[in-house]
Design a binder for this molecule. Structure first.
Ligand SMILES: Nc1ncnc2c1ncn2[C@@H]1O[C@H](COP(=O)(O)OP(=O)(O)OP(=O)(O)O)[C@@H](O)[C@H]1O
Ligand SMILES: [Mg+2]
Length: 240
């Protein structure tokens, strides 16, 4: 049974199909990349997965649950970090952990601060943090309750290489426990370094899915093709 199962998902805005009969199944135990150009429908799909946006039609199941009853099992890192500026970093993590009913919360918060390299910012107000640090707080908040499904909308934007590595390790630890991390990106290098498998989305539907080898075959790119070659070939084919 796939961890995430999306069937015939449709969402339009003012007559424009942002998501157009999108079908996607994602098995647990992996970091999965949703890859596509600007405006392809990544954020719209993710917002429907999280329950922030209602689909026009189609179905979504997460961990075999329907109707967003999976919400407590999911962690969500939005495109723009949306934080309470007037809390300290520690207070913020503690607050979200409390809402999520996390046990042994002091230890969990300490662990995440250490893991995300935020220890020395623990008592700083969120309002004083740099963009990258805010992103790290958002990631820590999304994972405080150890979600089975972690969804990140461009979660690495603004992060330095060390922080990117920390986030990858965090996602990998969920994947290794049978969970799934779904990350959207339009940065191919990120997908290549981070993801076990990817799906390429364009104009609201999935053009191809698989690991890099599968995609090379699908696009009939040569042995030495990069994900960029495959991506451009597939998305160009779409425009012809
Ligand atoms: N709230 C909205 N109202 C109107 N149109 C919208 C809305 N949200 C998204 N769209 C449109 O839907 C399409 C898909 O947008 P979406 O944000 O899902 O793309 P994306 O793949 O996340 O792009 P990016 O890489 O730029 O983040 C775009 O044409 C966008 O303009
Ligand atoms: Mg987006």
């Amino acid at each position: 049974m796939p961890a995430i199962e999306i069937r015939d998902l449709v969402k339009s805005f003012n007559g424009l199909r942002a998501v157009d009969y999108l079908n996607l199944s994602i098995e647990g135990g992996q970091i999965f990349g949703l890859l596509g150009p600007n405006g392809a429908g990544k954020t719209t799909t993710i917002r429907m997965l999280t329950g922030l946006l209602k689909p026009d039609s189609g179905t979504i199941k997460v961990l075999s649950k329907e109707n967003w009853t999976w919400k407590g099992l999911m962690g969500y890192i939005p495109e723009e970090a949306n934080l309470y500026e007037h809390l300290t970093v520690y207070e913020h993590l503690y607050f979200v952990g409390k809402l999520r009913g996390v046990e042994d919360l002091d230890n969990r918060v300490d662990y995440l601060l250490e893991f995300m390299n935020l220890n020395d910012k623990s008592d700083e107000m969120v309002s004083t943090l740099s963009r990258g640090m805010k992103q790290k707080v958002a990631i820590a908040c999304a994972t405080v309750h150890e979600p089975k499904v972690l969804i990140g909308d461009e979660p690495l934007m603004g992060l330095d290489p060390k922080s990117q590595r920390a986030v990858r390790n965090l996602m990998k630890s969920y994947a290794d426990k049978g969970g799934v991390a779904l990350v959207s990106t339009h940065i191919l290098d990120v997908a290549e370094r981070f993801c076990d498998r990817v799906a390429i989305i364009s104009r609201g539907s999935i053009l191809a899915k698989g690991n890099l080898e599968d995609l090379k075959k699908k696009s009939r790119s040569g042995e030495r093709a990069t994900l960029e070659d495959v991506f451009l070939k597939l998305t160009e084919g779409e425009r012809e």
